[in-house]
Write a protein that binds this ligand. Structure first.
Ligand code: UFG
Length: 343
């Protein structure tokens, strides 16, 4: 019989790619999403349950009604800058509501959990590339909220036998190579989609947040990882847990950093467009350089990322963006056409 996975936040950017990946690989999937950030059309409608992970009654009802083998949790707020301005939102949603979900799992004997964590738990790293044993010193509430859940997961494993795998993503980017799914945040704050907006002429200029960092060109360096490769790692982690695997933590990145300027240049080449930029102050909560050492995920999970090249990551994101633009123009052409007056 197919194993059923509950994907919390499955209508969002990474979650929706995960749902597609799981279905293509023989899993049954149920999605729990409140659509505060996700998109109804990003998941098959018959799989979507509308609601919050922090709604204890709803989550317990789902666990009563479905034989859930494992839970994957993507239902988090993810904006570093916003978390600095509105920490309560991050501690409530990312930490307190996750605790409700985990407690419901414990009560129902659902003992396998894959957690979307982040490189932001490391804060400003002492050295790069970063290995999993690097100390955790988050410098923004987003990273802190994820580090707190990691601690809960260690303790729930020891006390209740709830087995988790924690995946610390570096900068998730790109889109479904088939072009069906992609990144649609509102408001968008992430570098690559913003740069593609500018390339498409839908945005005036890219604000480069800080040009005086201790990096070769003065702009922040990040390790961009293709969303399809993230999904592959989740599936391998799920298989490991379903086969009796123990609590573990893995970094997911490509081990190569690109500065903000390098990303803009790469996007200009892929899109064959000019990308206007302007200097802006540093964004609070941004570490200068984040680069993953993902040797452990490759060695222990057998993870083999396929789309490691930055140009490919950007090309897939661009392909999705162009598809959305084409769909929007069809809708606006239809809306603009004269509506017959009713008689
Ligand atoms: N940046 C700009 N201008 C913009 C947007 C971003 O200069 O308009 C810069 C940022 O300052 C940063 C880099 O581009 O230096 C990447 O920024 P993103 O907002 O795309 O991504 P972050 O690095 O802030 O955060 C992302 C995820 C987090 C995750 C983190 C881990 O949103 O969930 O990667 O590296 F924790």
């Amino acid at each position: 019989m197919k194993q059923k996975v509950l994907v919390a936040g499955g209508a969002g950017y990474i979650g929706s790619h995960m749902v597609k990946d799981l279905l293509a690989n023989g899993y049954e999937v149920l999605v729990l999403d409140n659509l505060s950030k996700g998109h109804r059309d990003a998941v098959p409608h018959e799989r979507l349950v509308l609601g919050n992970i922090g709604d204890r009654d709803l989550v317990e009802t789902l666990f009563d009604q479905h034989a859930i083998a494992a839970v994957m949790h993507f239902a988090a707020f993810i904006e570093v800058g916003e978390s600095v301005r509105e920490p309560e939102k991050y501690y409530r949603n990312n930490f307190a509501e996750t605790l409700v979900l985990l407690d419901a799992m414990r009560r129902h004997g659902i003992a396998r959990f894959i957690f979307s964590s982040t490189a932001a738990v490391y804060g400003t790293p002492k050295q790069t590339p970063i290995t999993e044993d690097h100390p955790l010193h988050p410098i923004n509430p987003y990273g802190a909220s994820k580090a707190m859940v990691e601690q809960v997961l260690k303790d729930f494993d020891s006390a209740y036998g709830l087995k988790s795998i924690v995946l610390r993503y570096f900068n998730a980017a790109g889109a479904d190579p088939d072009g069906e799914l992609g990144e649609r945040h509102d408001p968008e704050t992430h570098l690559i989609p913003l740069v593609l907006d500018a390339a498409a002429g839908a945005r005036d200029a890219i604000a480069i947040f800080g040009q005086d960092y201790d990096t070769p060109d003065g702009t922040c360096i990040r390790d961009y990882i293709h969303v399809a490769d993230l999904c592959q790692a989740h599936r391998l982690a799920l298989d490991a847990l379903l086969q009796g695997g123990e609590f573990n933590i893995y970094n997911l990145g490509n081990g190569r950093g690109f500065s903000v300027r390098e990303v803009i240049d790469a996007a200009a080449a892929v899109t064959e467009s000019q990308i206007p930029c302007r200097a802006a102050p540093r964004r609070p909560g941004d570490p200068p350089r984040l680069i993953a050492d993902s040797t452990k995920a490759k060695r222990e999970l057998g993870w083999t990322p396929e789309y490691t090249d930055l140009a490919t990551i950007i090309r897939h994101a661009w392909q999705f963006r162009q598809r959305c633009m084409a769909a929007e123009s069809t809708v606006s052409r239809t809306t603009d056409s004269p509506t017959p007056l009713s008689t």
